[in-house]
Design a protein around this ligand. Structure first.
Ligand code: ADP
Ligand code: MG
Length: 573
C-alpha cells in the first residue's frame, strides 16, 4: 500500500489592470488567499452575512509565467507518469478566467504555450534520457458537450458524433472510451500535430455545430507504456495523464437563457455539480460510494479522480471586483478538492511471454550447471528429464521388492527419482489397504455401523459385549472397534462357533475380553466405519492384519474354507 497524498490545489489569477486590491489579499507564503467583501457591494443582502473568507491552498499563482505554472503544477506529475503513476491535471473556473490559456496556451506563441504542449515535450525529452527503456506514447482527445462524446482526433472530417456513438466502458484495468481513437506518437512533432489537429477540430466544431467551446469539457490523454530494454526484465509499467480543460463554471441565470444557451447551461451545471458531488464524496472518508456514473464527465474520469493517481487542480480566477461571486464559488471548489486524498501507486504489469522465455533460459542454465556438478562427482549417466513409464514401472518394482525384503535398499539417484519412490510407496500402500479390506469383506459378515437395530440385535444375541469388551458406545456415537468374546488363538479352532444366529457362551465372552482387537489396529487398514462383531472361528483378524503388516502383502484368505459359513467375526460397515 502506498501512502495517501492530498490533491494539490493551486489558484491562478488572470492578470488585470483592474485588480481588486481591497478585496483580494494573498498570504505571505503565497499559499493562501483572503477575500473581503464590502457590505455595500452586496446591496440588498442582510447585514449579518459573511463578508470574509480565507482559503488555504498549495500555491497562489499570480503574474506567473506559463513556464512557472508548468514547473509548479505539472512537471512532477508528468515525470512520475514515466515511472508508472497515473496523473490528472484539471483546470476549473468561470469562462474567460484562463483555463484554456493554462492548459493549451497560445499556440501561435512558443513562450505562451500551455501545460499540454509542455507535457508532451517533457515526455519525449525524458524518453530520450532513458535509453534503457522502450517507451511508447499514445494520445487521445475527447470532448464532452451536452452529455455527448466527441473524438477531437477522429480521422474523419469532424462533423459531429461518429456513426457508432462512443461509450464509456469499465473493466478491471480501469475506464476507457470505446470508439475513441488513440494515436501512437513516436516523436514530439507527431504529438504536436495531433494536438494541433484536435484544437482545430474544436474550433471548427464550435462554428459548424454552433457550439460554444467554453461550454464543453475537453480531456487530452497521454498514455505511456515503458518496457525495460533489458530482456531479463519481465515487468513493465503503464500510466496515463489526463489533462482536463473543464467547461466554464459560471452559473447562467435561467431567466436570461433560452434555447441553446439554456440547454448548455443545464448540462454544464449538471456535470459540474456532479463533479462537485463526486469530489465531496471523495473528500469524505466515511463515504464508500462515490457517484461517478451520474454524468459522462465524472464517469470518464472515474479512475482519474482520486484513486491511485497524482492529482492537481488549477482554479482559474479573475482578480476583478465584478467577478467576485464566481471567484468565491471557484475557491470553494478548490478547498473541497484539497480534502480529497489519493493513493498514488505504480501500474506494474508482467509480460507473460518474456517471463516464460526467461524461465526456459534459466532451466537450460541450471541443467548445464547440474551436468558440470555430476561430471565433477563422477556421476555420469544421470538424467533430469521427467520419468517415462518404463522408469516408473522399474521404481514400482523396486519398492515392492523392498517391502517384500528381497531388495535391501533403493539407491538414490536424484530428486525426481526420490519423489517417484515415495509416490510408488503411496500407491503400493493404498493398493494393499484395498486388498485387506476386500479380504475382510470376503471373509466376514458386514453390518452397517449406523444400523443400530442390527447392532442391538447382535448385542442382544450376545455376540458383542455391551459391558465394554466390544469397543463402542451404547448410544452408537463414536462406535469403536473391537472383538468381543473370542476364544481362538491363531491356528486354534474355537469349539463354540459364534455367529449372529449363534450367541456366544459366557465363557466365550470372557475369553474374548482378553483378546480384543483395538480400534487402532483396524484403523490401520482404513476400514473406515467398519465394526468387527465377535464371533468365533479359527484365526482372527488381528492375526491376519499383523501378518499382513509383517509381510506387507495380503495372502488370499482361503475362500474354500470348510467353515466358511460360520465366520469368526462379523464386520459392521
Ligand atoms: P477560459 O478557457 O477559462 O474560458 P481562456 O483561457 O480562453 O479562458 O482565456 C480568455 C482570454 O484571456 C484569452 O484571450 C487568453 O489568452 C487570456 N488569458 C487568460 N489567462 C491569461 C494569462 N494568465 N495571461 C495572459 N492572458 C491570459
Ligand atoms: Mg476555454
Amino acid at each position: 500500500m502506498g501512502t495517501r497524498k492530498k490533491v494539490h490545489a493551486f489558484v491562478r489569477v488572470k492578470p488585470t489592470d483592474d485588480f481588486a486590491h481591497e478585496m483580494i489579499r494573498y498570504g505571505d507564503d503565497n499559499k493562501s488567499i483572503d477575500i473581503h467583501l464590502k457590505k455595500d457591494i452586496r446591496k440588498g443582502v442582510v447585514n449579518n452575512q459573511q463578508t470574509d473568507w480565507s482559503f488555504k491552498l498549495d500555491g497562489v499563482l499570480h503574474d506567473a509565467s506559463q513556464d512557472l505554472v508548468y514547473e509548479t503544477v505539472a512537471k512532477d506529475v508528468v515525470s512520475q507518469a514515466l515511472d508508472g503513476y497515473n496523473g490528472t491535471i484539471m483546470c476549473y473556473g468561470q469562462t474567460g478566467a484562463g483555463k484554456t490559456y493554462t492548459m493549451t496556451g497560445a499556440t501561435e506563441n512558443y513562450k505562451h504555450r500551455g501545460i499540454l504542449p509542455r507535457a508532451l515535450q517533457q515526455v519525449f525529452r525524458m524518453i530520450e534520457e532513458r535509453p534503457t527503456h522502450a517507451i511508447t506514447v499514445r494520445v487521445s482527445y475527447l470532448e464532452i458537450y451536452n452529455e455527448s462524446l466527441f473524438d477531437l482526433l477522429s480521422t474523419l472530417p469532424y462533423v459531429g458524433p461518429s456513426v457508432t456513438p462512443m461509450t464509456i466502458v469499465e473493466n478491471p484495468q480501469g475506464v476507457f472510451i470505446k470508439g475513441l481513437s488513440v494515436h501512437l506518437t513516436s516523436q514530439e512533432e507527431d504529438a504536436f500535430s495531433l494536438l494541433f489537429e484536435g484544437e482545430t477540430n474544436r474550433i471548427i466544431a464550435s462554428h459548424t455545430m454552433n457550439k460554444n467551446s467554453s461550454r464543453s469539457h475537453c480531456i487530452f490523454t497521454i498514455y505511456m507504456e515503458a518496457h525495460s530494454r533489458t530482456l531479463s526484465d519481465e515487468k513493465y509499467v503503464t500510466s496515463k495523464i489526463n489533462l482536463v480543460d473543464l467547461a466554464g463554471s459560471e452559473r447562467l441565470g435561467k431567466s436570461g437563457s433560452e434555447g441553446r444557451v439554456l440547454k448548455e447551461a443545464t448540462y454544464i451545471n449538471k456535470s459540474l455539480s456532479f463533479l462537485e458531488q463526486a469530489i465531496i464524496a471523495l473528500g469524505d472518508h466515511k463515504r464508500d460510494h462515490i457517484p461517478f456514473r451520474q454524468c459522462k464527465l465524472t464517469h470518464a474520469l472515474k479512475d482519474s479522480l482520486g484513486g491511485n493517481c497524482n492529482m492537481v487542480l488549477v482554479t482559474n480566477i479573475y482578480g476583478e471586483a465584478a467577478q467576485l461571486e464566481e471567484t468565491l464559488s471557484s475557491l470553494r471548489f478548490a478547498s473541497r478538492m484539497k480534502l480529497v486524498t489519493t493513493e498514488p501507486a505504480i501500474n506494474e504489469k508482467y509480460n507473460a511471454e518474456r517471463m516464460v522465455k526467461n524461465l526456459e533460459k534459466e532451466l537450460v542454465l541450471l541443467k548445464q550447471e547440474l551436468a558440470i556438478h555430476d561430471s565433477l562427482a563422477n556421476r555420469n549417466i544421470v538424467t533430469y528429464d521427467p520419468m517415462d513409464e518404463i522408469q516408473i514401472a522399474e521404481i514400482n518394482s523396486q519398492v515392492r521388492r523392498y517391502l517384500e525384503g528381497t531388495l535391501d535398499e533403493i539407491d538414490i539417484i536424484n530428486l525426481r527419482q526420490i519423489q517417484e519412490v515415495f509416490n510408488q510407496f503411496r500407491m503400493v500402500l493404498s493398493q494393499q489397504e484395498q486388498e485387506v479390506e476386500a479380504a475382510l469383506r470376503r471373509k466376514y459378515t458386514l453390518i452397517d455401523k449406523n444400523d443400530f437395530a442390527t447392532i442391538s440385535a447382535v448385542q442382544k444375541a450376545g455376540l458383542i459385549d455391551v459391558n465394554g469388551h466390544l469397543v463402542g458406545e451404547p448410544d452408537g456415537q463414536g462406535f469403536g472397534l473391537g472383538v468381543a468374546p473370542f476364544s481362538t488363538k491363531p491356528g486354534k479352532k474355537s469349539k463354540s462357533k459364534k455367529t449372529v444366529k449363534d450367541p456366544p457362551s459366557s465363557s466365550a465372552r470372557k475369553e474374548g475380553a482378553s483378546s480384543p482387537v483395538s480400534g487402532k489396529d483396524l484403523d490401520m487398514i482404513s476400514t473406515s466405519k467398519t465394526q468387527l462383531v465377535p464371533s468365533s472361528k479359527d484365526g482372527d483378524v488381528k492375526d491376519v492384519l499383523s501378518r499382513d503388516r509383517e509381510t506387507s502383502s495380503i495372502e488370499p484368505l482361503p475362500s474354500d474354507s470348510p467353515k466358511e459359513e460360520s465366520r469368526p467375526l462379523s464386520i459392521i460397515t
